[in-house]
Design a protein around this ligand. Sequence first.
Ligand code: S3P
Length: 172
Amino acid sequence: TEPLTPPRHIVLVGFMGTGKSTVGRLLAQRGGYTAVDVDAEIVKREGYTIPELFAQFGEDYFRAAETEALRAILGQAASLVVATGGGAVLRPENRALMTDGGLVVALTASAEQIIARVSQDTGRPLLQGNLEERVYKLMSERSGAYDFAPVRIDTTGLSAEEVAEAIWDAWL
Ligand code: S3P
């Protein structure tokens, strides 16, 4: 059979704490891609941290900045591994940008695993308050949100290295 046309970019989507940024870096190293983190790019472009953007300008402002950053990143000619924020899949416009930009890979994990991975973290405005409640509520609100990705990998119980290896072996 003919080899598949190589995708331009690899776009990692998934709920907070599924390991997108870490896996993205490992995958980029492995495959000679450049790793780009959309949240980090937003912070660079806007000059505010993610919590500051939410607190001072609101989520709608953040989402608009996210779409702009995604568009700029995915428009680059070099092949990138792009780690997106957990809510980047919510706008249909963003999903179209990602799908047109390359191979979209969704990382999933159990709620328990996600809670364990993000429990030490203070940089996620949407998880402030009762962490378990927030994760369960957001996960149910977003159920199905990552299903547009043609590739899905359950990362529960796997290290970031194992996830990167699985993606590499199966898809690259
Ligand atoms: C968000 C996820 C975060 C960040 C922001 C909002 C979300 O990214 O974009 O706090 O709506 O799920 P991570 O998935 O990298 O934590």
